[in-house]
Design a protein around this ligand. Structure first.
Ligand SMILES: Nc1nc2c(ncn2[C@@H]2O[C@H](COP(=O)(O)OP(=O)(O)OP(=O)(O)O)[C@@H](O)[C@H]2O)c(=O)[nH]1
Ligand SMILES: [Ca+2]
Length: 492
């Protein structure tokens, strides 16, 4: 009698079917369980109330990865029309009102169901620092007005305050290194150079830095399991608008009715008011006693002379530390690459001088010939797409930037190429706001987070392979038993 194939017994078929169902179920569960969730985002809003203007930034990150690494990115930015909030000292309500348009934009950009959980911060920098020095009650009133305006929006308002210079510098450094993924990976960090309208910051990690020499310039962090000892300094009054005031103040010490300014183009001429020039704590002490109401400001277009004027604003003689930048401020030896943003970028980009592999002498020569170009010619070439105020000042600003970097911070013709002029990193603006939010929301852990030992795909594949192997093993182990079982009834 022909022997029945033992593989076709009902028992085998049932076991096979159950086995296949079990494997399919196992793999499905593993896939579903580990599938990346449909991307849902959380949001955070930071208002950068700078001296020259306010900007609003909206950041987003995947909702399930609050605490994870390097995933926060800029979703949107909005430039507030008008000047910075400190310019509303005489009419504080207008400071609050000026923010309305950008805040309404934020209401549209952040999904409504996230509004109430979205933190909203306002940080003010050097403009408000100066107003606070000059007129404390006016600065308080500006904050009250701003606070009232921000609280009327549906976000989770977390307060408005003035950042210290150290915070501004350090958070700029955090932003740059976070966006570059340097912190998470423990790589050599990039220094941060920020040039604002009223102050300027330099921040970098120097391994030769003895913290005890100037504790006020030191910030220590533990981020993703690495310790950083950051040097940072903010020079109040050395943002480009206040430095221009200082340069003009220097040249109008004797209260003349006309000055010939080497930092402006030949043929440039405008009338300026002494009172408004001296209306800042950065220059108020220097106001000439017998000055007329106005003076005529004429350009001369001489880079070398302009550099002399700018240099005279740095005191490089007094230093009680082992090493100083200028004005008696401690600075350890420069180290590593640097990212230079905000006005560093605007100015050098306009002047086509962002390529730092070009020799410093060539950069200076190019700037010198730009400064010497007659104002009429400059206007003809650029006035259609650049604001006249910016256009008039690029020669001064470029000269200031090169002087600050070389005479102030001691970059040499060799180390100049370590600087990169940047605006954005991976789509997010370089600046202090992202670092500030990451810090306040505790989004950078002190220790490196534990990550699963296997990537998702690897995990699913291994589970599948093991399940299939187990199933085959089960079938094979049952095989010798079945023939005996199926033959028994025939013997009887
Ligand atoms: N050329 C040019 N200059 C700009 C532009 N945007 C801003 N500036 C100027 O660049 C300087 C620095 O701008 P910001 O970095 O916004 O300065 P801020 O944050 O207002 O000032 P701080 O409070 O000192 O940080 C100011 O003098 C601005 O007027 C731009 O698009 N082009
Ligand atoms: Ca700024």
């Amino acid at each position: 009698m022909k022997e029945k194939n033992p593989w076709y017994t009902p028992l085998t078929i049932i076991i096979t079917v159950i086995g296949v169902i079990a494997i399919v179920a196992l793999v499905t569960v593993a896939v579903l369980q580990n599938r990346p969730l449909l991307q849902k985002y959380k949001y955070g809003i930071v208002l950068d109330a700078g001296s020259s203007h306010t900007a609003l930034y909206i950041y987003q990150w995947p909702a399930e990865k609050d605490n994870n690494t390097g995933r926060v990115e800029q979703k949107h930015s909005c430039k507030v029309t008008g000047k910075g909030i400190s310019s509303y000292a005489a009419q504080p309500e207008k400071a609050g009102m000026s923010l309305t348009e950008c805040m309404q934009e934020a209401e549209m950009v952040v999904p409504a169901k996230r509004h109430s959980e979205t933190p909203l911060y306002l940080g003010a920098t050097a403009g408000m620092r100066l107003l606070n020095i000059e007129n404390r009650s006016a600065s308080d009133q500006v904050f009250q007005a701003v606070e009232k305006a921000l609280q009327s929006f549906p976000f989770s308002y977390q307060g408005a305050r003035i950042l210290s210079g150290q915070e501004e510098g350090a958070f700029g450094w955090v932003t740059v290194n976070y966006l570059d993924d340097r912190l998470k990976q423990g790589l050599e960090t990039t220094g941060a150079l920020d040039l604002g309208g009223a102050s300027t910051q330099i921040s970098f990690v120097s391994h030769d830095y003895d913290i005890s020499e100037s504790p006020s310039n030191s910030m220590t962090f533990r981020l993703y399991g690495n310790d950083y000892n950051l040097y940072t300094h903010s020079f109040l009054c050395y943002g480009k608008d206040q430095v221009l005031r200082m340069a003009l103040a220097k040249q109008t010490q004797l209260g003349p009715s006309t000055i010939l300014d080497p930092c402006f183009h030949p043929g440039y001429t405008t009338t300026r008011n002494y009172s408004s020039l001296y209306d800042s704590p950065c220059v108020s002490g220097r106001r000439p006693r017998e000055a007329p109401t106005n003076f005529s400001h004429k350009g001369e277009g001489n880079f070398t002379k302009c550099q002399e004027v700018v240099k005279s604003l740095f005191n490089t003689t007094a230093c009680k530390y082992s090493k100083c930048s200028f004005n008696g401020v401690f600075q350890p030896p420069l180290q590593g690459p640097f990212g230079a943003f905000s006005a560093y970028y605007y100015v050098m980009n306009f002047l086509n001088l962002t390529d730092t592999s070009i020799h410093l002498e060539t950069v200076k020569n190019n700037l010198a010939s730009y400064c010497a170009t007659p104002w009429n010619q400059i206007k003809q070439m650029h006035l259609s797409n650049v604001k006249e105020k910016y256009l008039a000042e690029y020669c001064f600003s470029g000269t200031y930037i090169l002087t600050l970097l070389t005479e102030g911070y001691n970059f040499t013709k060799e180390t100049y190429s370590n600087i990169k002029f940047i605006k954005k990193i991976k789509g997010s603006d370089a600046g202090w706001t992202l670092g500030y939010m990451l810090n306040l929301t505790n989004m950078i852990p002190a220790e490196a987070p534990d990550s699963p030992p296997l990537p998702h795909a690897g995990y699913v594949s291994i589970v599948t392979v093991i399940a299939v192997l187990l199933f085959i093993l089960l079938i094979l182990s049952l095989r010798p038993v079945w023939p005996r079982c199926s033959k028994q009834p025939q013997i009887v």
